[in-house]
Design a protein around this ligand. Structure first.
Ligand SMILES: Nc1nc2c(ncn2[C@@H]2O[C@H](COP(=O)(O)OP(=O)(O)OP(=O)(O)O)[C@@H](O)[C@H]2O)c(=O)[nH]1
Length: 807
């Protein structure tokens, strides 16, 4: 009897190692899924507590090894660099998909990671998509142990197999700056990244933005120079641009064999071997000696690589300086150390579209990017005044997981989680530390683009999704034994707004459902109400961003939105709004601020009949120093009991409310500090309401004296067009009150960088197309809010007054 219970506890342990699904017999069968996932696999056992202890040890080793073989990476880049095309190849070579489909390919299927219809139609990525794959290094370890008979244990053998592959979780992110939040949240939870660069376009504006984001989240990265098959491909020029524009300390780890139409393969500069990619989809790699005509160049480039790595790696520097031969293994290790410590960016090359160079890049991901335990992550302990706690990244620790992305689906909310510590199992109760709510995990899945695979458990280092758990993006979950939160990601402020309403009462329900869902999923998409007109205002990161949501409303919620017309302008809304719909000019998100200190002394008094109101506030407003990072500051400088302290929060609330709408054009007032120095209260008539009103009126009283100004979003615009059109394009930028800050020549193209007010950029894609016979392209991203000129301010104030008096 005793023996049986000992056996059953070991059975349970093994059973849970197998994922808890099915019986032991079922688990012992060679299931492909289990092999792919990398799992324990039991053949036979008959053992007791000694065996259980042994298994526990084995389990620890397995966790450690499994984590060492895991990579969580993102693929980010400028628009159209080939991120989705590259990911499609990765999925194909790793066996996740069985056919390659192109972005906007002739077969009309589209790439796996662009699963939304809109993405496939437009050929752009809108939402980041997650997937995972396994690559090389299959391991089958057999543990065979004889267990002797003892008082409570049967004699016998157990044989334990475990298998594991190197695994890569990948997030493919959009390139367009309007969807930058998708890049932001992916990078927040990833351990490494591939920065894709176009071998013709080089380092473009959005490459600089995503590189900055990678820097912000301290993400080690590899660069992949894609499209070597294109005319004008010049990887060495792009490498130099990465050094100068991105300040990368980098060197190539490969060099091309031929370029453009003659691009045939790559020389691996670490191993000094040439690789060619044969087969209909480049699946067969043939390694050969370096072609004789490239040998000298390959040696020179290898030396360049060794020198660059030696500059940031002492161990390699020692060997390099003493002129010792440097083996491939030593060089690989040094590159790994330098990349993980973010001192070096190894540069890979290839053509995703022509199926060349993708497998060596995948090898590079495993060789040079960190596994989850090599990246330090920390949380804030809410029980110790937000003290920083370094997370071990071990599955043995308490559960700590960050919800970094939400999607509302037919079956409820799908929440993407990055697990930083511990294990999460289906059916577990977990605590949302931000809300204090305890929730059950009804379903745990692993994502493969828009497909899901149910799993029973997931451990530290993994990226999974849970179904039916209500939470906000950025919430932290634990098992309740700790109260940690992860710092959240940086969310940019929306720069553009649009008034919108449903076409009929019938679609009103769907209209608000759609708005609620989009707002919850995307922190850069906001919905508000214009207090004066009562219109619903949607705000986002740009025209394309708002356009995509309007189109999704039509398709997914069957709402035909009606746009209010401010200026009765009919715009062709990126070709989406048809039937001549009247579209109001989208509103730019202006802000107001003050330029000098102004005093206030306001008494709000109503003492005739009924309950009286009495509150006096005295103090001053002043501009916050530039770059202070705070938008609104309130300082209570009261000494003594002129105003009882219980009224101070109401005063702060009043000032905050007043600052929501400045009196110049009704936009929020920012960069302002309010100091309350004195005041007066009445024993009977003072109330929170009286003081709140006093603060609102005090703000209005002193606002003009504080010399308010209007700020507008200024955009960083990058234009590329054939040089012959330089005259009209630069003339047009000047007309739009833009300031040209960079002018470069790239082959036959002119590349101009300019700062232009967003308010003057509406309809620019159409204008540029007609100025350049459709050959020009541009990207635009938010730079800063800057003060408008005096004449623009007068014009805006007059328009605001006219609208108000017309209401
Ligand atoms: N010639 C050539 N074209 C490529 C290569 N890689 C991608 N393309 C093409 O470039 C275009 C853009 O490719 P995508 O994979 O959608 O680029 P992306 O970076 O994912 O695009 P966004 O996510 O919308 O920014 C498509 O037409 C691809 O077929 C390449 O290696 N060579």
């Amino acid at each position: 009897m005793a023996a049986r219970s000992a056996r059953s506890s070991t059975t349970r342990l093994l059973y849970s190692l197998c994922g808890g699904g099915g019986s032991i017999n079922a688990a012992s069968r060679s299931s492909t899924a289990a092999l792919l996932a990398g799992s324990f696999h039991l053949r036979h056992f008959s053992a007791g507590s000694a065996a259980a202890a042994r298994l526990r040890e084995e389990k620890d080793v397995w966790w450690k090894e499994s984590l060492q073989k895991l990579r969580n990476i993102g693929i980010s880049a400028h628009i159209d660099s080939g991120k989705t095309t590259l990911t499609e190849r990765v999925l194909y070579y790793t066996g996740r998909i069985h056919e390659i489909h192109e972005v906007r390919g002739k077969d009309g299927v589209g790439a796996k990671m662009d699963s939304m219809d809109l993405e496939r139609e437009k050929g752009i990525t809108i939402q980041s998509a997650a997937t995972y794959c396994t690559w090389k290094d299959f391991q089958a370890v057999v543990v065979k142990e004889r267990v002797e008979q003892s008082s409570n244990v049967d004699a016998g053998f157990f044989t334990l197999y475990y298998h594991s592959f190197k695994k890569v979780n990948i997030i493919d992110t959009p390139g367009h700056v309007d969807f930058t939040i998708e890049v932001e949240r992916a990078l927040r939870v990833l351990d490494g990244a591939i920065l894709v660069l176009c071998s013709v376009g080089g380092v473009q504006s959005q490459s600089i933005t995503v590189d900055r984001q990678m820097r912000r989240y301290e993400v080690p990265r590899l660069a992949f120079i894609n499209k070597l098959d294109r005319m004008g491909a010049d990887p060495w020029k792009v490498l130099n641009q990465a050094r100068s524009k991105l300040r990368h300390h980098s060197a190539a780890v490969q060099m091309p064999i031929g370029l453009e139409e003659d691009f045939k393969g790559l020389v691996d500069l670490v191993n000094l071997k040439a690789y060619y990619f044969h087969g209909s989809s480049g699946e067969t790699i043939v390694a050969e000696d370096i072609p004789a005509n490239l040998e000298a160049l390959a040696l020179e480039k290898r030396r360049e690589l060794v020198e660059a790595v030696s500059e940031v790696d002492d161990k390699l520097a020692e060997a390099f300086l003493s002129d010792e031969p440097i083996s491939a293994a030593d060089l690989e290790e040094a590159i790994r150390r330098a990349t993980i410590s973010r001192k070096f960016v190894p540069v890979f090359m290839g053509s995703a579209f022509k199926n060349k160079g993708v497998q060596p890049l995948l090898d590079g991901v495993l060789s040079y990017l960190p596994c989850p335990t090599e990246v330090s992550n920390y949380a804030l302990d809410q029980t110790k005044d937000e003290e920083k706690v370094t997370l071990t990244g071990s599955p043995a620790g308490p559960l700590v997981a960050l919800a970094f992305k939400l999607e509302e689906g037919r079956f409820g909310q799908l929440t993407y989680l990055r697990i930083y510590e511990g294990v999460i199992k289906k059916g577990d109760f977990i605590i949302n530390v931000n809300t204090g709510k305890k929730v059950k995990v009804p379903r745990l899945v692993r994502m493969h683009s828009n497909e899901m695979e149910d799993i029973q458990q997931a451990h530290a280092g993994q990226i999974v999704a849970v179904f039916g758990v209500d939470c906000a993006s950025g919430d932290t979950f634990t098992d309740g034994s700790v109260k940690y939160t992860m710092t959240s990601m940086s969310v940019p402020e929306p720069v553009m707004s649009l008034a919108i309403s449903a076409d009929s009462k019938d679609s009103g329900g769907n209209f608000s459902k759609a708005l609620n869902r989009f707002q919850k999923e995307d922190p850069t998409f906001r919905v508000g109400l214009d207090p004066e007109s009562g219109q619903t205002i949607i705000s986002g990161m740009g025209e394309l961003h708002l356009d995509i949501y309007v189109e999704r409303m039509r398709r997914e919620y069957k709402v035909l939105p009606f746009f209010y017309s401010n200026l009765m302008m009919t715009l062709t809304w990126f070709g989406v709004v048809k039937v001549g719909a009247t579209v109001g000019k989208p509103r730019v998100n202006f802000r107001e601020t003050i330029t000098q200190r102004a005093e206030f002394d306001y008494l709000h008094k109503k003492q005739s009949g009924g309950q009286g109101q009495y509150g006096r506030v005295i103090g001053y407003v002043e501009p916050l120093p530039p770059g202070s990072g705070t938008k609104f500051e309130f300082e209570n400088m009261l000494v003594g009991q002129a105003i009882p302290s219980n009224f101070v929060p109401a005063i702060e609330k009043g000032f905050k409310e007043a600052a929501n709408s400045g009196s110049l054009i009704g936009h929020p007032v920012e960069n302002i500090r309010i100091c309350l120095t004195d005041g007066a209260a009445h024993a009977v008539d003072s109330s929170e309401l009286a003081f709140k009103l006093a603060a609102i009126y005090a703000f209005r009283q002193c606002y003009t004296a504080a010399k308010p100004v209007i700020l507008e979003p200024l955009m960083l615009v990058e234009l590329k067009f054939p040089t012959e059109f330089q005259g009209p394009v630069t003339g047009d930028i000047n007309k739009r009150k833009g300031m040209i800050v960079g002018n470069d020549q790239e082959a036959d193209d002119c590349v101009i960088t300019a700062h232009v007010p967003l308010n003057n950029m509406f309809g620019y894609s159409t204008a540029l197309r007609s100025m350049t016979q459709g050959k020009g392209e541009f990207t635009m991203e938010y730079l800063e809010h800057s003060q408008v000129s005096q004449d623009v301010q007068t014009q805006l104030v007059n328009t605001y007054k006219a609208t108000k008096s017309g209401d």
